[in-house]
Design a protein around this ligand. Structure first.
Ligand code: PFF
Length: 454
């Protein structure tokens, strides 16, 4: 396929919703609240916002310009923009990271399907907090069911990706993202109206700076990159489908705002509800899967139909958010195989799905029956999570900054960000400064911290 044959997203809103769909996912709704909960709430959120602004935005603009300039998959992009140089390894790193993330992300995404069924069949009714912990633990111990859900989720993703950029990705994002916003807002309003919810709001919005440690800062930074889908060429791949007149900086701004709003709204759903029924905000990764069904049960004890609707809606929302993200990760690897090895799109996607299914099944089993098998003290699921989020994404993000900040010709960068001079880019010098110094140094800080060297 030549670069000019490539499909584009059909509309500006399609571009924004597809990119925001990638960014908004389990990272916002599952990870952000528990990270904020464990790091003291409001102060964490403030630092997170600064990280999104000063690091996330420049990295996102960089990924956008690399993708749109090259109009290729992430590995092809570096081959085209920096032929014959080792920069192509940044692309390969992204593809590999995508493959690994998709494998274990699909496992958690699969859990959301199990919870939709449980909520839909009203099996939360009458259970108490210890019941929820026990039933989640026994679900993980089952050898087959979680793997089936992982497979279902991967197949759902597969069918959207196979349908292609316009009919699959753009159309599904246009349908799912607005639905997602409506659900998030409805749930947030319900949560805030619970008795005793003020404590949750104070926890979220009244910063206590005495709780800020380097751990909080670095945690917020890592969360920002993960949540914005940065560091593995995901938004770079999507940008290769942008048209020449897409305003890259504006799109990055919209994606950043949408992603941040959904994360904060997820906090507004979870904390007021949790405080209202006396559940600790630092419950950790289990917050959603174990605590929330209980929260819904208790919060609407007098009106069981409300707890039924609330929990069913919540898990549907979580699955939708995860789906728009898995689609984007799948697309990184599919586009790579499709374009670099000249496989048909369907065959490329099938290979990705099959590979992720194998690895995903292993990750899923490693949470239960295979939990005794560990490498460096971690089961396979945790090993994948650790390696990708704590090593590969920060490394990828830093290299992307160095590539645009130091390797690419500044005139090329300006031409791309300004749409060949047709847009006024007043922030250009600031962008270059951020991408050359601030973002790479900050990411290196996260990296060293995660490795315990700092
Ligand atoms: N941003 C997604 C989330 O918040 O769930 C996760 C993700 C998607 C990470 C795509 C990385 C990526 F390339």
């Amino acid at each position: 396929m030549t670069n000019s044959d490539r499909v584009n997203f059909g509309s500006r809103i399609g571009v924004i919703l597809a990119s925001a769909g990638s960014a908004v996912g389990l990272g916002n709704i599952w990870r952000f609240p528990y990270e904020a909960g464990q790091h003291g709430g409001a102060a964490f959120i403030l630092i997170y916002l600064l990280c999104v602004l000063f690091m996330g935005m420049p990295v996102m603009i960089s990924e956008f310009l690399i993708g749109r300039r090259s109009r290729a998959n992430t590995a092809g992009a570096y081959r085209i923009l920096a032929p014959g140089t080792p920069w192509r390894w940044v692309g390969f790193l992204g593809v590999l990271t995508g493959f690994l993330i998709l494998s274990y992300y699909s496992v958690v995404a699969g859990w959301t399907l199990e919870f939709i069924v449980e909520a839909g069949t009203n099996s939360f009714a009458g259970k108490t907090a210890p019941d929820f912990s026990a039933s989640f633990a026994s679900f993980l111990q089952k050898p087959v069911l979680p793997v089936i859900w992982t497979a279902c989720f991967l197949l759902l993703t597969h069918f959207v990706v196979v349908r292609g950029v316009k009919k699959g990705i753009e159309r599904s994002s246009k349908l799912m993202m607005p639905l997602l916003f409506i659900l998030v807002i409805v749930l947030a309003v319900c949560s805030v109206s619970l008795p005793g919810s003020e404590k949750g709001l104070l926890f979220l919005f009244r910063p206590d700076f005495s709780k800020v440690t380097s751990d909080v800062v670095l945690g917020a930074m890592g969360q920002a990159f993960y949540s914005l889908s940065l560091g593995m060429g995901c938004l770079c791949t999507y940008a290769s489908y942008f048209s020449r007149d897409t305003n890259l900086a504006k799109t990055a701004g919209s994606v950043g705002v949408i992603d941040t709003c959904v994360a904060v709204l997820a906090g507004i759903i979870i904390f007021p509800a949790a405080f209202s029924v006396g559940i600790s905000p630092d419950a950790g990764p289990e917050l959603i899967f174990i605590t929330l069904p209980n929260v819904f049960q208790q919060a609407f004890a007098g009106v069981p139909v409300l707890s039924y609707i609330f929990s069913l809606m919540f898990y549907i929302l979580l699955a939708l958010a995860a789906l728009t993200s898995t689609i984007s990760i799948h697309e990184v690897v599919t586009a790579y195989l499709h374009e670099e090895f000249h496989l048909s799109r369907t065959r490329a996607a099938t290979l990705v799905t099959a590979g992720c299914l194998l690895l995903g099944a292993a990750c899923s089993l490693s949470m239960g029956v295979w939990s005794d098998f560990t490498i460096a003290g971690m089961n396979l699921f945790n090993l994948f999570d650790f390696t990708t989020t704590k090593i590969m994404l920060p490394l990828g993000g830093m290299l992307i900054c160095l590539f645009t900040g130091w390797y690419l010709d500044r005139r090329l960068v300006y031409a791309e960000v300004s749409n060949e001079g047709s847009l006024k880019v007043r922030f250009f010098r600031a962008y270059i400064f951020l991408v050359r110094y601030v973002a790479p140094i900050a990411i290196a800080g996260v990296f060293l911290k995660e490795w315990g060297l700092f």
